[in-house]
Design a protein around this ligand. Structure first.
Ligand code: ADE
Length: 441
């Protein structure tokens, strides 16, 4: 079996940490018990491009229990937990291609290995697998990184066709990936159905809000050990992740400033009690900045130039493009790593800016990502969506689908059950009331 991990001897540590995570993942455990009996993924080859964490290991165990043959690579160069990667290879015999800190060539080389597995299903976090597959299908060679390009060009036309035609569907974990997929659908290039796991309510209400909220603060604090209380904390983007991050920063005593481009979200932030202003204004006030917008070039050269001496800048969006790092380099006289995950940029204007985790998602770069309890629901959606695609792919079109509502509801029910919480049922009278228009008073 081929694999590429940092150090296979870390496997035992990875197993113990995975066990700890699984204790907070009861919904996935229930699904695993059923999968063990029913084997809904039997005969399916599944390639996953996910953050290689303890929670992902629990998902891999579940998919394996369902009969799936698996291959896994990292969905970000800096998010891999090397002990978990070793555990998955050594004990679960899953070909894993992921090393924390890998360079871009290695990262895409790892994607290539996962595609060479010739999957029937893809499971993405950021759409790198699906987009690479489509660049190959459309022969958009210029968009492929060299190591992927030479491999794909080396395949015969028949082999390339087989690679694409072998796919029955895919799932997507995150907002950024869903945005890319919807663009593929709109442009008429999407070649197989994909389920947008991110859009399930049991995913983004919890994972994006509470998961990103808590783990981003965790990442920033582990990297810097700075005091939140009394600091001016700038959150760029007020989607579900931004709302969670702002809420948690406020809870720790920071003065939170929100920057937005959507008038509606900006208004929401105002009424949630935050100061809202343009990023150009915020850069002169902020002590700590964190982008969570899912967009490109949110903090640019002209903004870095206006920051206070000692400003700390991080990103918790999927890609590091939210920060204009090229622009930052242009105005920098010298740089040094001052502590793990903290790089000092001495600007030519005499001020210093501190970049965390190379601008990569800080919650996974310097911390451990979202806590297991929220990933329980996100990955329950992944497992059940994979099962759904296997059962229903023949009737699905080349579109981006939502997670079926009954799956979403069932996950919420299982999560409540695992917490020992009961809720009320509608009475007959209430059901009648909700379905009739005649009753007013
Ligand atoms: N994305 C954010 N947090 C994560 C985690 N703990 N595991 C996998 N993917 C994640």
């Amino acid at each position: 079996m081929d694999y590429d991990v940092k150090d296979i001897s870390l496997a035992e540590k990875g197993r113990l940490r995975m066990e700890w995570a699984e204790m907070a993942m009861p919904v996935l455990k229930l699904i695993r018990s059923r999968f063990e009996k029913e084997k809904p993924l039997k005969g399916i080859r599944l390639s996953a491009c996910l953050h290689v964490t303890t929670e992902t290991a629990a998902l891999m165990r579940t998919l394996r229990a369902g009969g799936g043959e698996l291959s896994l690579c990292a969905s970000n160069p800096l998010s891999t937990q090397d002990d978990v990667a070793a555990y998955l290879v050594k004990e679960l015999k899953i070909p894993v291609f992921a090393i924390k800190g890998e360079d871009s060539e290695t990262y895409y080389g790892h994607i290539r290995e996962t595609l060479a597995f010739r999957p029937n299903l893809t499971m993405d976090d950021g759409a790198d697998l699906v987009s690479s597959l489509h660049f190959i299908a459309l022969e958009k060679w210029e968009d492929l990184i060299p190591s992927l390009r030479s491999w794909a060009k080396g395949l015969s036309t028949t082999e390339r066709k087989e690679l694409i035609n072998g796919l029955i569907g895919g799932t997507e974990e995150t907002t950024t990936g869903v945005i890319r997929l919807r663009s593929m659908e709109r442009n008429g290039v999407l070649r197989f159905p994909v389920i947008a796991v991110n859009d399930a309510e049991t995913k983004h209400f919890f994972d994006n809000r509470y998961g990103t909220g808590q783990s981003t603060i965790d990442g920033i604090l582990r990297a810097t050990n700075r005091l939140m209380a009394g600091s001016s904390f700038v959150v760029s983007g007020y989607g579900w992740c931004g709302k969670g991050l702002a809420m948690r920063a406020k809870g720790m005593g920071a003065n939170v400033i929100v920057t937005e481009v959507s008038p509606l979200r900006a208004l929401e932030a105002v009424m949630d009690g935050y100061r809202v202003m343009t990023i150009a204004e915020a850069v002169e006030i902020g002590d700590i900045f964190c982008t969570v917008s899912g967009n490109v070039g949110v903090i640019r050269k002209e903004h870095f130039l206006k920051m206070k001496d000692g400003a700390i800048v991080a990103n918790s969006g999927h890609f590091n493009v939210e920060l204009d790092l090229g622009g930052l380099e242009e105005i920098t006289a010298s740089r040094k790593t001052i502590r793990d995950f903290v790089e000092e940029f001495q600007l030519r204007n005499g001020r210093r800016v501190y970049l965390l985790g190379e601008g990569r998602l800080i919650n996974l770069a310097s911390a451990e990502g979202h806590p297991s309890s929220v990933m329980d629901m996100s990955f329950a959606n992944q497992a059940l969506s994979a099962e759904y695609l296997v059962r229903h792919h023949r009737t699905l079109e080349r579109r981006v689908y939502s997670v079926p509502e009954d799956i979403d509801q069932e996950i919420a029910r299982m999560k409540l059950l695992s917490m020992g919480i009961e809720i009320d049922q509608l009475t007959k009278e209430q059901e009648r009331y909700l379905t009739s228009w005649e009753q007013g008073t």
